[in-house]
Design a protein around this ligand. Structure first.
Ligand code: PGA
Length: 265
């Protein structure tokens, strides 16, 4: 794991956006895995800005989102389709037909997982997956105790996640408690992963992910097995890590190598 610790959440978003744009420039038909939530929003703002001012084009890019609620219409303001349209897709030159969100409104929601996995496979797999992390260590909606070998499927949300997300729903409104989410094994097949985490609330989950055991109680810890994952953290999210001096030393050495030989990623 590459551990990148930056001063501010704005720097985290900028670093994430730079990695996305470098890939899209190098490989215009990249397949991106996208996340929703408050953390990636600042990254998406920067992608929009880089599209408008630096000419970064997404016209040949394909995207797959991590997850979607079951039982919400795509037009519902809390659906992740709506979130992605409003916060990214409508502001860049991506083709709407190239954007994929797991189908949360099928007559048979159990069919959603295999269908989505097929689509990812047909697109050639995910080149770069963007992740946030839940305060409980979830990635996508893979809640604690999710199988580390799981594929895209229906997942029942924990009370903690339902409570964390209740702020987005009116008091008397239906709040979904099921979601379709890429599985952990699905995420692990991405060629490269960047996980963004900011703020104190994420510090414990980040420490468990990086320095704890690989364990289904902290689903993000599975990333220890991924050969090309970068954790991009602000100082608050990194505050419970024990080996920060070593991570900085590693990065310095890596920068020297990249300067000399180029970045193989
Ligand atoms: P957040 O959610 O970015 O809104 O904190 C992250 C997640 O739950 O994966």
């Amino acid at each position: 794991m590459e551990i990148i610790i930056l001063e501010t959440s704005a720097q985290v978003a900028e670093r994430g956006a730079q990695i996305v744009c470098e890939l899209v420039r190098k490989q215009p038909d990249s397949v991106l895995g996208l996340a929703t939530g408050s953390t990636p929003m600042a990254l998406y703002e920067r992608l929009i800005e880089k599209h408008k001012t630096n000419g970064v084009s997404f016209s040949s890019v394909t995207t797959f989102n991590l997850d979607e609620y079951v039982g919400l219409d795509p037009q519902h303001p809390q659906s992740y389709r709506y979130f992605m349209n409003k916060n990214l897709f409508e502001h860049i030159d991506i083709k709407p037909q190239n954007t994929h969100i797991p189908p949360g409104n099928l007559d048979n929601p159990l069919a959603a997982g295999p269908q989505y996995e097929d689509q990812i496979r047909q697109a050639g797999g995910i080149d770069l997956q963007i992740l946030g992390i839940g305060a409980n260590g979830h990635i996508g909606f893979n809640e604690p105790t999710s199988s580390l070998g799981s594929r895209t499927r229906i997942k029942t949300l924990t009370k903690k996640t339902i409570d964390d997300n209740s702020r987005f729903f009116a008091q008397d409104e239906f709040q979904p408690y099921l979601a379709v989410t890429m599985g952990i094994a699905t995420i692990m097949e991405s060629k490269r992963i960047i996980l963004l985490a900011t703020g104190w609330k994420k510090a414990e989950a980040v420490a468990e992910t990086v320095e704890g055991p690989v364990c289904a109680l902290c689903p993000a810890s599975a990333l220890q097995w991924h050969p090309c994952t970068s954790m991009i953290l602000d100082t608050a999210a990194a505050s419970l890590l024990k080996h920060t001096a070593y991570y900085k030393f590693v990065l310095n050495e890596q920068d020297r190598l990249v300067e000399r030989f180029g970045d193989p990623r």
